[in-house]
Design a protein around this ligand. Structure first.
Ligand SMILES: NC(=O)c1ccc[n+]([C@@H]2O[C@H](COP(=O)([O-])OP(=O)(O)OC[C@H]3O[C@@H](n4cnc5c(N)ncnc54)[C@H](O)[C@@H]3O)[C@@H](O)[C@H]2O)c1
Length: 356
């Protein structure tokens, strides 16, 4: 187990930390934003970031807090049960926010078993160790993709899980393990299912940072299939607020959708980004920056979702698309090289057979 960052000598000035919070996957996109907020807003909490530093991770995402007294980074793998047990024993964890996962849908068609291993087995290791350590709250970060696609029917938290790709299937299976600890032991787990998130810190393999980075490198946006698939996009800062809300007010055993009504097709997204980055409103000039490539083996059309349950806890998204996307575009101009292998993320994805 290797730890970086400045060790706290004996807790914050004046006493011990009120809570010790383990955040997994904290060098990735969403959890890095959550950690920065937690470290800054909760100086009486110790925030421990467990991440194996996979290809999509960057410790630069944590630079604003890396020297803070109430922050600690530990490099390690959630699938290593001996290591995870030791970590819980040594760090005396009170709360877990579990984000670590394999997250790239395209890759999941090629490396399906790795997704099952990390997302299902890794989550099982974590929830079982957290249960044995008598953790007081375990938040499992899942996705709207567990519902599968729909054109009209809006999903709520009681809708059936019907995943259509290996990534979504592994997230849905992991949910079942987490939920069973509530059903069997009343171990206080909470599950969130979020729409697509965008903003700074996201490895440029995902659609928004990929299109932005391609355009900033004078390359075309590669659109899967027709590009008519519609996606809901939430800005990272809004999602951080959603997780802080669930941390404070989420009820044990409950599931919360974290969604937005804001939705656009992938073609529309590409066109908006071209207009913003290439500063053109000409249709023909816009078309020049678009390349239609083979579709995924399966590509859900929409994930319409109701989020009234988390609204009743006091959360709603606030950041308008126009503001969030401008900040994101600016960030990638300066920070694309935060990942050593960022160029690799821009390569076209190989056409693959469906997973078996
Ligand atoms: N990004 C989205 O739009 C979105 C939407 C809904 C749900 N989610 C969920 O949110 C969570 C975070 O997503 P993200 O986009 O920030 O992910 P990401 O891919 O940016 O980061 C994942 C992090 O997990 C770490 N990790 C992977 N395997 C690990 C292992 N075995 N042990 C320890 N660390 C490991 C990686 O190093 C990386 O830092 C995921 O669980 C994902 O399913 C994401």
């Amino acid at each position: 187990m290797s730890a970086a960052g400045r060790e706290e000598p004996c807790g914050p000035p004046g006493g011990c930390y009120a809570k010790r919070v383990l955040v997994t996957g904290g060098a990735g996109f969403i959890a890095s934003h959550v950690i920065v907020s937690l470290v800054e807003d909760y100086p009486n909490y110790m925030i421990i970031n467990l991440d194996k530093l996979d290809y999509c991770a960057s410790l630069k995402n944590l630079e604003p807090v890396s020297n803070k007294r109430n922050y600690k980074f530990i490099q390690g793998d959630i699938c290593d049960s001996h290591f995870v047990k030791l970590l819980f024993e040594m760090e005396k964890i009170d709360i877990v926010l579990h984000f670590a996962a394999q997250t790239h849908v395209d890759l999941s068609f090629v490396r399906a078993f790795e997704f099952t291993y990390v997302n299902v087995y890794g989550t099982h290791v974590l929830v079982s160790t957290a249960y044995e350590a008598r953790v007081e709250k375990f938040i499992y970060v899942s996705t709207d993709e567990v519902y599968g696609g729909s054109l009209d029917q809006e999903f709520d938290e009681s809708s059936p899980k019907q995943p259509t790709n290996p990534y979504a299937s592994s997230k849905a299976a992991a949910e079942c393990f987490v939920q069973s600890y509530w059903e069997r032991y009343k171990f206080p787990v909470v599950i969130t299912r979020s729409s697509n998130v965008y903003g700074p810190h996201q490895y440029p393999e995902k659609v928004i940072p990929k299109f932005i980075s391609l355009l900033q490198h004078d390359r075309k946006c590669c659109i899967h299939g027709s590009g008519l698939q519609r996606r809901n996009f939430l800005y990272a800062a809004d999602v951080v607020e959603a997780f802080l809300t669930v941390l404070k007010k989420g009820e044990p055993g409950e599931i919360y959708n974290i969604g937005t009504n804001f939705e656009m097709s992938v073609v529309q997204l590409a066109k908006e980004l071209i207009q913003l980055i290439k500063e053109t409103s000409s249709e023909s000039e816009t078309e020049r920056w678009v390349d239609y490539v083979n579709d995924r083996p399966h590509n859900d059309m929409r994930y319409p979702m109701k989020s009234e349950k988390i609204h009743s806890l006091g959360w709603k998204p606030k950041v308008p698309w126009e503001e969030g996307i401008k900040k994101t575009v600016e960030w990638y101009r300066e920070n694309f090289h935060n990942w050593k292998n960022a160029e690799k993320a821009l390569e076209p994805f190989p056409v693959v057979p469906p997973f078996i």
